[in-house]
Design a protein around this ligand. Structure first.
Ligand code: ARG
Length: 261
């Protein structure tokens, strides 16, 4: 995670960002700290990447890389405003016990990649349409050696895979079908017949932008209807307030790069 010490909405690269709407920087930091404490309370280890001035979106740490079993596929951002973030993430992994694979294709890390270790022997779900280039899907497949399923995102409000779909445990997902093309919806139904389905209101409340440890699902407090669906499916929803970070177009998952050593 990376604290929102320099967070602001200074440019608009997704439909949620409105440069004329005020952002409460102090509140953003408080909400982020609560998210971090929630993860620690649930028993997780959180590493912190130092925030850098001039990179207001760096708080969305999920976009910096994607790791599976000790191998890291680095990010290459779509927009110049975020280019420099990739090096900060690379430095984090290179200082640790990871094998880092430098990408040649545009991809925004866990923003557009999800991993299901228990589905079909380990499956990568990959989004494209707005940010990550389709060519990055074959590159990530070669880098990480897992079958990679390409999913076409068609609604600009859900410009990253992680605002439309999330892993709930090793083998199941929750998603909003309307964010995907008809063909991709068919593929998701075929691969995940027991998925939890979200509706448009759930997606607009950033309900799909969750982090789950297989039992606890940390999600935006506005997504109360989806929280009830998750509870009915046997999960424990853990709501957190992230109203300020929503103004940049992100929520829980966007703030967290999961490490799979
Ligand atoms: N303002 C950021 C952008 O548009 C938000 C990124 C959200 N991150 C995510 N994983 N969906 O790039």
């Amino acid at each position: 995670m990376c604290p929102p010490e320099h967070f602001a909405v200074e440019y608009a690269i997704n439909p949620w960002m409105d440069t004329s709407a005020p952002v409460d920087a102090e509140l953003a930091l408080k909400q982020w700290q609560l998210l971090r404490e929630t993860l620690v309370r649930l028993g997780h280890t959180v590493h912190t990447l130092p925030a850098q001035a001039g990179l207001p979106d760096m708080v969305y740490a999920a976009n910096g890389a994607f790791s599976v079993d000790g191998v890291v596929y680095g990010a290459r951002f779509r927009y110049p405003q975020r280019f420099a973030e990739a090096a900060a993430h690379r430095a984090f992994y290179c200082a640790g016990n990871w094998r880092f694979v430098e990408p040649t294709e545009v991809n925004e890390g866990e923003g557009d990649f999800a991993y299901l270790p228990g589905a079909y022997g380990g499956l990568i779900l990959a989004g494209y349409g707005f940010r990550t280039a389709p060519a990055a899907h074959s590159e990530v497949q070669e880098a990480l050696g897992r079958p990679t399923i390409s999913l076409f995102l068609v609604d600009p409000r859900f410009y990253h895979l992680d605002v439309a779909l999330a892993a709930l445990d090793d083998g199941n997902i929750v998603y909003y079908p309307g964010a995907f093309s008809d063909a991709s919806q068919r593929i998701l139904r075929q691969l995940f017949p027991s998925a939890v389905l979200a509706d448009e209101a759930d997606a607009l409340a950033f309900g799909l932008n969750v982090v789950s440890d297989g039992r606890n699902v940390v999600l935006n407090s506005e997504a109360s209807a989806l929280a009830a669906k998750l509870r009915a499916a046997g999960y424990v929803p853990v709501p957190v307030e992230l109203s300020e970070l929503k103004k940049g177009g992100g929520s829980v998952k966007c703030c967290i790069a999961e490490l799979r050593p």
